[in-house]
Design a protein around this ligand. Structure first.
Ligand code: SF4
Length: 345
């Protein structure tokens, strides 16, 4: 019973643990070695830390636990090399991650929540509803598994899987700090992108922080009324407020914002729609990802993006000086593409 109440030591940053060490009458720096065992060597118990004094390990074990690694099921796309991993955590909560390969590089798309409360009508995760936030250790477990699947190296990480990362910002931020810690995974913050549907206060918070991660904003579409049909979050934060926060982020960090626009056939893919998007972002330091909508059960009225129309939109944006990437669909045969993650449902 007592074991259940102890926090997982991997949910804490090195600085937090150093503070805890001092409170235990130890030197804060003693945690460096432990951090290394936990995050670099994947130690799954305090006993698996050779060379660390038993008395110190017992002290740690009295205060913290190391939860078992989640069960992982793997599916591999027959179309491309995309890998989808389904994690089942000890309490039964589930989340998915995706490993995407691009010529010589590999990236991981991680989940921040089990399910999602945002309820976007085009998204399989949204249809599941919200189960719970993922803890830093659960986000890190996804990273470690994805890295293994990628052959030991990942070139980038995106928080674009299940959940809205800015509604679990405290835990996502901690996972970023642990990932980038040179005694932890030592993964550069500049290679981490967090994607939000537009949680304005957290965009501003990120802009004011010292984190070096990149921001992606899922505009979905550039028309306010249409956006309200596609995501309930539009009622909370307007496009005007979201663009204002993105501008603030760009001004503060001097980093480009990645705007994600989902192309639905016949809905938001005309030249006039491209102009509407242009009007919204043209004086911002940003670039655009046009993402072809992937069919999800429960959203029959929405049609998959039309490639020719998307290319025409791309041309308009590029000619106006906006870097625009047309994102290829990946892992659609294993429901690993954008908006398709449904935790095995
Ligand atoms: S698109 Fe993102 S924010 Fe919207 S329901 Fe899906 S996971 Fe949540």
């Amino acid at each position: 019973m007592e074991l259940m109440t102890k926090p997982d030591i991997r949910d804490f940053t090195r600085q937090e643990l150093a503070g805890s060490m001092i409170a235990m009458g130890e030197k804060g720096s003693r945690i460096d070695r432990i951090f290394n065992f936990l995050h670099r060597k994947g130690a799954e118990s305090f006993d698996a830390m050779p060379g660390v004094q038993e008395e110190f390990r017992s002290k740690l074990a009295a205060k913290y636990t190391i939860a078992p690694f989640p069960a992982v099921e793997k599916r591999v796309s027959g179309i491309d090399r995309t890998i989808k991993l389904l994690f089942t955590f000890p309490d039964g909560a589930k989340a998915e991650s995706v490993v995407l390969f691009n010529k010589e590089t590999a990236s991981a798309c991680l989940s921040s929540q089990a399910g999602c409360a945002c309820g976007c009508t085009f998204c399989a995760t949204g249809a599941l509803g919200f189960k719970r936030d993922l803890k830093p250790s659960e986000i890190l477990a996804q990273f470690a598994a994805c890295r293994r699947e990628a052959g030991g190296t990942l070139d980038s990480v995106v928080f674009m899987g299940m959940g809205e990362p800015f509604l679990n910002w405290a835990n996502v931020k901690k996972s970023v700090l642990i990932l980038s810690d040179n005694k932890g995974y030592n993964f550069p913050q500049s290679k981490i992108t967090v994607s939000t549907v537009g949680i304005v206060p957290v965009i501003r918070d990120l802009a004011d922080s010292h984190l070096g991660i990149r921001l992606a904003v899922s505009l979905i579409t550039a028309d306010e009324a249409q956006r309200a049909e596609l995501t309930p979050m539009a009622k909370k934060y307007s496009l005007r407020e979201i663009i204002g926060a993105a501008r603030y982020y760009g001004d503060r960090t001097k980093k480009a914002v990645l705007f994600e626009y989902i192309v639905f056939d016949g809905l938001n893919d005309s030249p006039a729609d491209a102009q509407k998007l242009l009007a919204l972002i043209k004086d911002l330091h940003g670039k655009v990802n046009l993402i072809m909508y992937n069919p999800t059960p429960g959203a029959a009225a929405l049609k998959p993006g039309n490639l020719e129309k998307a290319k025409a939109m791309q041309k308009i944006l590029v000619e106006a000086g906006i870097r625009t990437h047309l994102r290829r669909e990946r892992g659609a045969d294993i429901a690993a593409a954008c908006g398709q993650l449904a935790a095995g449902a």
